[in-house]
Design a protein around this ligand. Structure first.
Ligand SMILES: Nc1ncnc2c1ncn2[C@@H]1O[C@H](COP(=O)(O)OP(=O)(O)OP(=O)(O)O)[C@@H](O)[C@H]1O
Ligand SMILES: O=C(O)[C@H](O)COP(=O)(O)O
Length: 406
């Protein structure tokens, strides 16, 4: 496996510039704590305890969005996980930032302002172009090493992610290391026995991409979510189209992908396991189910896979050597439609297989339904980067670390 240098390879007492991904939900201006803080805290704590001078960069939201806010709250939340103060400066590479950076003592930690507040950060450009920006050129001379821990943002060609590895010795942080190893294990097929992918969620293109790229590495696809309705439509059932004019969950996805869905369904019929039926909310607000033959998408909104489907997927998961999950099998946020997702996630947790759970939304089902992260080999904190890794796309931020090591 191609690899990179990690923080184990750092010299002592370095001035390190560390890129994290603390991009978080924001409600009424309040940044919501989430597992990204907890995960990155491992890297930050280790660096500070080793006596390095630690300067952190991260982004939050995008200009124009409600979530585009300062990182001052992030400093407090992250500090809570490492039991030491994280200083914050509302500047990125101006005099205030440089003064704060240069006055850091060994073991101290400083967080710079939201990188996306610099005009140099966002436009996606080649690393060589980003390396020449004022952002990178001004900060780099103040450091001995650059550490990228932001696997979940590694698909973006932004200055803080791709500029620095060209001008400073570059290393991977602990989150980068664990995400990379887990998410590439499947592409390298590092398992002897049965490999299963449980795929759901709302985006047909995610599922199609995974099937096209990993179709020969994965033995069985257990399907749920919106994508499974489109495959059931390809199989001839009365489902996979919108009944509300103001809703577009299915029609556009079907129009854009009909041919490839039909093709995949025909070509990979033995590998693809489809729902045996789907669940909807009846007039009393209770969960009710239709078998595939009873499906009637003109009159019902289907929100979960049926219980018979959970029973069908359960032994497949339990007989696997490795199981990867991407996307929810139903609207798990509503308890009556959590049966599919929770059933699959629980079976994965209880099975002694190599397991990776991914998808920004779906990973939330673990804590929502009282499961333990430690029951999985890896719970990814990446959304876009996770699906890109699974579909074989390069992650520029990762590639540059590998190049730097060679
Ligand atoms: N039948 C369904 N109808 C409507 N929504 C569904 C259905 N099945 C699953 N979902 C929704 O899919 C969402 C998760 O899908 P999404 O494509 O966002 O996947 P993810 O991989 O978890 O997230 P992301 O790609 O954003 O990281 C859940 O919030 C769930 O409510
Ligand atoms: O939250 C994420 O998935 C990453 O931080 C990337 O954010 P972006 O989609 O705004 O570039």
């Amino acid at each position: 496996m191609a690899s990179f240098n990690t923080i184990d390879d750092l010299d002592d007492a370095q001035r390190v510039l560390v890129r994290l991904d603390l991009n978080s939900p924001v409600e009424d201006g309040d940044v919501q704590d989430n597992r990204r803080f907890q995960r990155h805290a491992t890297t930050v704590k280790e660096l500070a305890e080793a006596g390095h001078r630690v300067v952190l960069m991260a982004h939050q939201g995008r200009p124009g969005n409600d979530t585009f806010v300062s990182l001052d709250q992030h400093a407090d939340i992250l500090g809570g996980y490492i039991d030491r103060e994280i200083q914050f400066v509302d500047d990125i590479y101006g005099d205030d930032a440089l003064d704060a950076i240069d006055s850091l003592e060994a073991g101290e930690v400083l967080l710079l302002e939201n990188t996306r507040m610099s005009d140099d950060e966002l436009p996606e450009e080649a690393p060589e172009v980003k390396a020449e920006t004022e952002f990178v050129q001004t900060l780099a001379p103040h450091f001995d090493a650059y550490i990228n821990d932001a696997y979940s943002a590694a698909h973006r060609k932004h200055a803080s992610l791709v500029g620095f590895p060209l001008v400073l010795p570059a290393f991977a942080g602990r989150v980068m290391e664990t995400e990379y190893e887990a998410n590439t294990a499947i592409a390298n097929r590092e398992f002897d026995g049965q490999v299963t992918m449980v795929v759901g969620g709302t985006k047909a293109t995610d599922v199609i991409g995974v099937m096209e790229t990993l179709g020969d590495k994965i033995d069985t696809f257990c399907m749920g979510g919106i994508a499974s309705h489109l495959f059931l439509r390809a199989a001839g059932y009365d489902v996979g189209y919108d009944r509300h004019e103001d809703l577009d969950l299915y029609d556009t996805q079907w129009e854009n992908n009909e041919e490839i869905i039909q093709e995949l369904y025909e070509e990979r019929r033995d590998q693809i396991k489809l729902p045996e039926g789907l669940a909807y909310e009846d007039d009393d607000g209770e969960r009710a189910e239709h078998t595939n033959e009873e499906l009637d998408a003109a009159n019902y909104d289907y929100m979960d896979i049926s219980e018979a489907t959970v029973e069908k997927y359960d032994p497949i998961i339990r007989d696997s050597d490795a199981v990867f999950l991407k996307g929810a099998l139903g609207v798990f946020e509503d308890e009556i439609f959590s049966t599919g997702t929770v059933g699959a996630v629980k079976a994965i947790a209880e099975t002694d297989c190599f397991s990776v759970v991914g998808g920004g939304d779906t990973s939330r089902s673990i804590e929502m339904y009282g499961m333990d992260e430690d029951d999985f080999d890896h719970v990814s904190i990446a959304g876009g980067a996770y699906i890109r890794a699974l579909t074989g796309d390069d992650l520029p931020g990762v590639e540059l670390l590998i190049d730097a090591a060679n």
